[in-house]
Ligand binder design. Structure first.
Ligand code: NAP
Ligand code: HSE
Length: 429
């Protein structure tokens, strides 16, 4: 019976899940891909740590050369995360004729082009379904099932940790820090959770999705990013009162050969399906000229959920090996589109301004907005303190630069105590 040797780099949350899935369903692999799958090597940092698996000690190594220089290993699964040494190991593995499966969005969002070039040169596969959406399929659907479309937009929740934190704050009223600790315990967060909280993880994912959707290379540095660290329980309560949920949203949009890519918290109307995507779940809307609108929904993080996507890719590569068809997973960025400046993005805004509570203050502020063409949808005065009040404003769709310029002036007005929050509003009709 045919056996394919594979090696795993990194044995943390996802690596452990991959070994569990491979062992749990061992008897099925021959039927599903025509071969037994043999884990020949696993790269770890600490060889003495008990991994809780029935694997012989010779499987574990601390020397990656044992893997790249072993001609019997046909597939390398990179689950270490971050850029280096993952980038070097993946490039070397491809050079040495191995196929690669990775869940590493950091690497793909910065060095995607280099990796695809290397795979093309080596005529080997590189698959990365788990890099976006955890267990929720989105890369293959975009690359294959929706290829007939001109995609206009990809938009949704692409980070499980922040969605878990915001849901816990909103539904259970617990603090940001307590919610984050639980997300870490459940294996959702990155090794450094700042990447989740500050929106960097989501930015990497939206860069990968936009590159595939719009056939142009979008890198991490092209994405406008704001995280959720400034969102307070108070913001969430105000939003709820107005009929919105707060979510960290990733948006990629193409218009007239220009691509808009951004990640930031947003108020989402409670009538919009994204507002009820809770916990570590992810959901992505894709708009295309033939499909119209379609939504993908599923577990965005977690050990077994992510392992499901990684093992799916392993099976795909092994099938390709068995059919002599590796090397077809080529880069699809055949265009070169400009990235839209954030200044020129149009959306609506939720603003909380703490102002002195006296006649004429509201008129002064609305005057500043009016001068810059910022049209207001609603203004409510709330939360009266001794001589101040919170002005809660929702705007119509306006240009980002006009809002930012207005707020610069309002901030300096003697009647303004503080601009407490500025959160964009998405998903309105
Ligand atoms: P993790 O728990 O931190 O695991 C990473 C593992 O790699 C750790 O065991 C670490 O070893 C090992 N490692 C790091 N550098 C190494 C090196 N130079 N040599 C040998 N081993 C090394 O991370 P994870 O959550 O499993 O994530 C792995 C990848 O999957 C990342 O790219 C992540 O973004 C992606 N991903 C994660 C999820 C999720 O839900 N967790 C979902 C989708 C994608 P030590 O234990 O010794 O530090
Ligand atoms: N840290 C990531 C998240 C893991 O919370 O979504 C999945 O990519």
């Amino acid at each position: 019976m045919k056996e394919i040797n594979i090696a795993i780099l990194g044995m943390g949350t996802v690596g452990t899940g991959v070994v569990k899935v491979l062992k749990r369903n061992e008897s099925l692999w021959v039927k599903k891909c025509g071969s037994r799958i043999h884990i020949k090597k696993i790269l770890v940092r600490n060889i003495n740590k008990d991994r809780g698996f029935d694997l012989s000690p010779e499987v574990f190594t601390t020397d990656w050369q044992d893997i790249v220089n072993d001609p019997e290993i046909k597939v390398v699964i990179e689950l270490m995360g971050r850029i280096e040494p993952a980038r070097t190991y993946v490039l070397e593995a491809l050079k040495k004729g191995k196929n690669v499966v990775t869940a590493n969005k950091d690497l793909l969002a910065e060095y995607g082009e280099e990796l695809f070039e290397a795979a093309k040169k080596a005529q080997k596969d590189i698959y990365f379904e788990a890099s976006v959406g955890g267990g929720m399929p989105i890369i293959s659907p975009l690359k294959e099932s929706l290829i007939a479309n001109n995609i206009q937009e990809v938009m949704g929740i692409v980070n499980g940790t922040t969605n878990f934190v915001l849901t816990s704050m909103s539904k259970e009223g617990i603090s940001f820090n307590d919610a984050l600790k639980t997300a870490q315990k459940l294996g959702y967060a990155e090794a450094d959770p700042t990447a989740d909280i500050e929106g960097l993880d989501a930015a990497r994912k939206i860069a990968i999705l936009a590159s595939i959707a719009f056939h142009t290379r979008v890198k991490f540095c092209d994405v406008y990013v704001e995280g959720i660290s400034k969102i307070t329980n108070e913001d969430i309560e105000y939003a709820k009162e107005l009929g919105y949920a707060i979510k960290l949203i990733g948006i990629g949009r193409e218009e007239d050969n220009e691509v808009e890519v951004r990640v930031h918290p947003a108020l989402i109307p409670i009538t919009h399906p994204l507002s009820i995507v809770d916990g570590s779940f992810n959901a992505i809307f894709v708009k295309g000229d033939a499909i119209g609108e379609t939504m993908f929904y599923g577990p965005g993080a977690g050990q077994m959920e992510t392992a499901s996507a990684v093992v799916g890719d392993i099976i795909r590569v092994i099938k390709n090996i068995n059919m002599n068809s590796v090397g077809n997973a080529v880069c699809t960025c055949y265009d070169n589109k400009a990235i839209k400046s954030m200044d020129n993005v149009y959306t609506s805004y939720f603003l909380r301004l703490c102002v002195i509570d006296r006649p004429g203050v509201l008129a002064g502020i609305t005057g500043v907005f009016a001068e810059r063409g910022v049209s207001l949808a609603s203004v409510v005065q709330k939360n009266y303190m001794k001589d101040t009040a919170d002005l809660v404003v929702i705007t119509h769709r306006v240009r980002e630069k006009d809002i930012q310029d207005s707020l610069e002036i309002i901030k300096k007005m003697s009647t303004t105590k503080e601009i407490v929050s500025m959160i964009r509003v998405e998903g309105m009709e």
